[in-house]
Design a protein around this ligand. Sequence first.
Ligand code: G3P
Ligand code: MG
Length: 249
Amino acid sequence: MKHPTISLPRLIGHRGLSSQAPENSLSAVRAAHQAGIDWVELDIQLLGDGTPVIWHDLDVSRCSDGRGSLRRYDWSQACTLDTGSWFGDHFSGERMASLEAMLALVVKLDMGINLELKVNKGRDPIALVKSVLPRLMQVLSPQRLIVSSFNQVALAHARQYADASQLALGALFGSVPGDWHYQCQAMDAFSVHVHWPRLKRPQAQAIAQAGYPLICYTVNDPSAFAPRWGWGVTSVISDDPTRFKIPIT
Ligand code: G3P
Ligand code: MG
């Protein structure tokens, strides 16, 4: 199966450069760019009014001065939240990033994104895909986008918007399941994304031998991870890629 020609870097920023700026914010993406990181992983969900926003948690408490479930907010309310002060005074006044604002920034900086369709408990994967996929494909070139998810329904629905030559899908796993290859073939996956402490060497080798880029998350201990590069790992997603003593791209 033909895929977009994606030149994956060894190191990808997790939620932007989330060690140095509030996760999933415009500042975190700018910080990644300034550090020489070309690709970032970001999470996307819908607000209560259907606005797509770059956000990880089910609620807003951890990463803003607000309280309650993300879906209780519409865009005008979400815009009033301070999403930076929790991280540091320097980021006071940071606002939640809409998909539109994030896409504009990523295009301006000529970066690539691994957008994770974050289907938290009780949320509708189809509504998320319907809202996000058309706009993503309109704005980003296929060489600059990987859409991933833990949610199989979301990935299967995303595939309906474009075939494998136009849209790279990432199969996202905690542990690699026994039927990983079947799942990847069913969705014409481009890449396999795995929680690195649970990855076993034979699994890594099988994934690499089958021709899938293998992306490990979230790797913040370069020394502990080091032997795994030899297992066929393509890239790591890290809160702080600058810790790695390997070329960033
Ligand atoms: O996409 C890799 C990683 O981000 C998945 O876990 O919870 O950090 O979104 P989480
Ligand atoms: Mg994520």
